[in-house]
Write a protein that binds this ligand. Structure first.
Ligand code: G3P
Ligand code: CA
Length: 269
């Protein structure tokens, strides 16, 4: 029997449930995480973080509540109690009638605490510090929360908690607070196109991997990244033909809204 491959082993291809199983359920709700983690068996739940006016970390992609709830306005100007009154499910039913369910109506925005309360050490987490400039202290709060739930880097299996950001500064802040948390530098398409050997080496000094927009990945830049022993998890790969292409290039996992599709592709490839 072959030994099980760890989450940070480049031979292990990981399937990251992007905003939960967000192709099938409203992104960043407990229902979407449950589907991604339990039913579709993703390797990771992906969580984007924003922070409320009263300092609570919540799972939401945008800086405002407008797109994914029935409210309007910036998260930073609302208390958690105000956020909790919003309906984070009905927008999905309207946007994706084919996947709509009555039970999605009225779903709440989860806090990071609630997510850790539910899954503890049973799940693996891929957490993004969003808009770190808007939320000073977000990194410390995140690490304190991880600690409270026994999820600090010295208490979990390697790679069980990954921290990702488009902001190098935010990642370096995390590193100063806990130098053993595995970090992933996210890259927009423009950054991927402009990627140099020097930049890749620089990333390697603080991160274990990169998360680039899959649209800008080529055989050449993939080889450059992998040659430097960085993990490579492109976002957001939803079509099977793109999943196959990414695996051909040699990525070590993907972020996807359709965990079941990538599980199939990963098996066939
Ligand atoms: O975190 C990977 C990917 O999710 C980055 O893009 O905008 O979906 O957070 P975004
Ligand atoms: Ca993200």
């Amino acid at each position: 029997k072959k030994p099980a491959k760890g989450l940070l082993d480049p031979e292990r291809i990981v399937n990251v449930a992007h905003r939960g199983a967000s192709g099938y359920a409203p992104e960043h709700t407990m229902v979407a995480y449950e589907m991604g983690h339990k039913k579709l068996k993703a390797d990771y739940i992906e969580i984007d973080l924003q922070m409320t006016k009263d300092g609570h970390l919540i799972a939401m992609h945008d800086e405002t509540v407008d797109r994914t709830t029935n409210g309007t306005g910036a998260v930073k100007d609302k208390t958690l109690a105000q956020i909790k009154r919003l309906d984070a499910g009905s927008w999905f039913n309207q946007a994706y009638p084919a996947y709509a369910r009555a039970s999605y109506r009225g779903l709440q925005v989860p806090t990071l605490n609630e997510i850790f309360d539910r899954y503890g050490k049973q799940a693996n987490y891929y957490i993004e510090t969003k808009s770190p400039d808007v939320y000073p202290g977000m990194e410390k709060k995140l690490l304190d929360t991880l600690k409270r739930f026994g999820l600090s880097s010295d208490r979990v299996k390697p790679g069980q908690v990954m921290i990702q950001s488009f902001s190098q500064e935010s990642l370096l802040k995390v590193k100063r607070l806990d130098r053993n948390v595995p970090l992933v530098q996210l890259l927009e398409a423009g950054d991927v196109n402009a990627l140099t050997a020097r930049r890749v080496k620089d990333i390697k000094t603080y991160a274990v991997g990169v998360g680039p927009s899959f649209k800008a990945l080529t055989k050449t830049n993939t080889a450059l990244i992998r040659k430097n022993d960085l993990l490579l998890h492109p976002y957001t790969v939803n079509e099977k033909k793109d999943m196959h292409r990414m695996l051909d290039y040699g990525v070590t996992g993907v972020f996807t809204n359709f965990v079941d599709r990538f599980n199939e592709v990963r098996q066939q490839h």
